[in-house]
Design a protein. Structure first.
Length: 485
């Protein structure tokens, strides 16, 4: 008998001890069947913690960041590496890549687990169960959206005709074909809207809530070029008044603050000290403690192109997230001719070198989504106002701010917005998607190991390598899965 493509493990075996994010210790249900593990509301709550724990797994979180960030122009790989990210960074993808296989499996584990809970809850049974069903609908939607971004072409490139990923809305043992990008987006939107109607609790940013679903809806609509709805849902989140931008000085250490205590974070994948991955964490490739020189690999740096953009305004507090490494004489350290600019957005939560709770959605992004949507709808002043709001928070003022009559050499208001997204959301796995969905090339004209040409690599938005191959292990198990060209 062939192995089930989706049921990699039973849900019961996935329910593990969770600490920090909830008020009680949860014992594994490894000895129970799925049905026995999901009999009561308490069981369903415990199982939902288990679904969240699937995001914490490195198969999901680490690969989500690396597959979404390393193809961009904000980072520079400083040389050959044994890590699979070499192929991601250099656009030399192949079907047997371990990181794409791990993410595919990790995402469908989350989806399967969420489905097992969703199937057991009827709408309106109780407020508690509605909340749990809504959280799992959100998690299922998020995983599908992350999958279609990595394995399906950008929505504006012909969503109705291009293959996306498998839509899995049940726990059946079957092998479906890939749905179109358009259909996957429609499925994600339906799940998020349904989730938003069910969730009434104002939970911390470590859990889903109505505003979390609405924030992801805003991003999804932006990627679809449905700017009116992107604007609508960004306004819903901003207008909820549940979140506020961090003040300028505290913002310097934004990413070290746990989600429960950060006023700007909408949703983050909560990692406790017990979840520390050490040299297998996201931050280990971006950073190595300069004092001990033993906490990480420190092989992927902020690109010189990004640093030059940031340096246009020396007072910009976003310099805090990039640490130039200099020798005793003050000269920049180099690795294979690549300047060493460590990135610290994934380090030093709770004083642990490589511990972080990766931020998936935050209020600053909502303002920038609103700005991009307004720019595309012709509302130039509104777009500039939101960009300036983010720049003021970064410590900028006066001549560093934009007006509709002075874009400081930028060709359009949209260019202003996309540049601000680059500065504000750097290293958070947005940049490649932002360029390709806007039909813009990826230009890497800076030191770094880009493959055959180290200092000049340009990837067009229609290039086949913009997206990843479906893992060959999965196409071998499911004959209905077509491969990307």
């Amino acid at each position: 008998m062939k192995r089930n493509l989706f049921k990699y493990y039973t849900l019961a075996a996935a329910i593990i001890v969770i600490t920090g994010s909830c008020s009680k210790d949860l014992e594994p249900y490894n000895g129970k069947s799925d049905d026995a593990a999901l009999e009561t509301p308490e069981d369903l709550q415990t199982a939902t913690y288990g679904v969240y724990s699937g995001l914490v797994d490195r198969m999901y979180t680490k690969n989500l960041n690396q597959l979404g960030e390393y193809p961009g122009d904000d980072v520079a790989l400083s040389g050959a590496t044994g890590d699979q990210v070499f192929y991601t960074y250099t656009y030399t993808h192949f079907p047997g890549m371990g990181n794409t296989e791990q993410f595919w499996q990790g995402a469908y584990k989350v989806i399967y687990s969420a489905n097992a809970i969703i199937e057991r809850i009827n709408d309106g049974t109780s407020p508690q169960l509605d909340q749990l069903k809504g959280e799992n609908l959100y998690l299922r939607a998020m995983a599908h959206f992350d999958l279609v971004r990595l394995f399906g072409r950008p929505y504006p490139q012909g969503a109705g005709n291009n293959p996306g990923v498998v839509i899995k809305d049940n726990t059946k043992d079957d092998r479906p074909a890939r749905s179109s990008v358009k259909d996957v987006y429609a499925f994600v939107i339906a799940d998020l809207k349904h989730a938003a109607t069910l969730m009434k609790e104002n939970k911390s940013a470590a859990f889903a809530s109505r505003e979390v679903a609405e924030a992801l809806l805003s991003r999804v609509y932006l990627y679809m070029e449905d700017n009116a709805n992107a604007l609508l849902y960004a306004n819903k989140v901003i207008g909820s008044n549940r979140y506020r931008l961090m003040e300028t000085q505290p913002y310097k250490t934004y990413f070290r603050v746990i989600p429960e205590e950060n006023p700007e974070t909408i949703f983050a994948i909560r990692h406790t000290v017990a979840d520390d991955r050490g040299k297998d964490a996201i931050g280990s490739m971006y950073y190595n403690d300069p004092v001990t020189q033993s906490t990480g690999w420190g092989e992927v740096y902020a690109s010189l192109a990004f640093v030059k953009l940031l340096d246009q305004n020396p007072e910009d507090v976003r310099h805090s997230f990039v640490e130039p490494q200099r020798d005793a004489n003050g000269n920049m350290q180099l690795r294979n001719q690549t300047p060493v600019y460590f990135i610290n957005k994934y380090n030093w939560q709770e004083g642990v070198a490589n511990l972080s709770s990766p931020v998936i959605l935050r209020l600053a992004e909502m303002y920038l989504i609103r700005a991009e949507a307004n720019a595309k709808l012709g509302n130039a002043q509104a777009a500039i106002d939101d960009v300036n709001l983010i720049r003021r928070r970064a410590g900028l003022s006066g001549a560093a701010l934009y007006t509709t009559g002075n874009l400081k050499g930028r060709a359009s208001v949209l260019d202003v917005v996309l540049e601000e997204r680059r500065l504000e959301l750097a290293f958070e796995a947005h940049r490649p998607y932002d360029l390709y969905r806007n039909n813009r090339p990826m230009v890497r004209a800076y030191p770094g190991f880009h493959g055959s040409n180290q200092y000049d690599q340009t990837i067009q938005p229609t290039d086949p390598q913009v997206i990843n191959y479906i893992p060959e292990r999965e196409t071998g198990l499911n004959p209905n899965l077509t491969q990307n060209p």
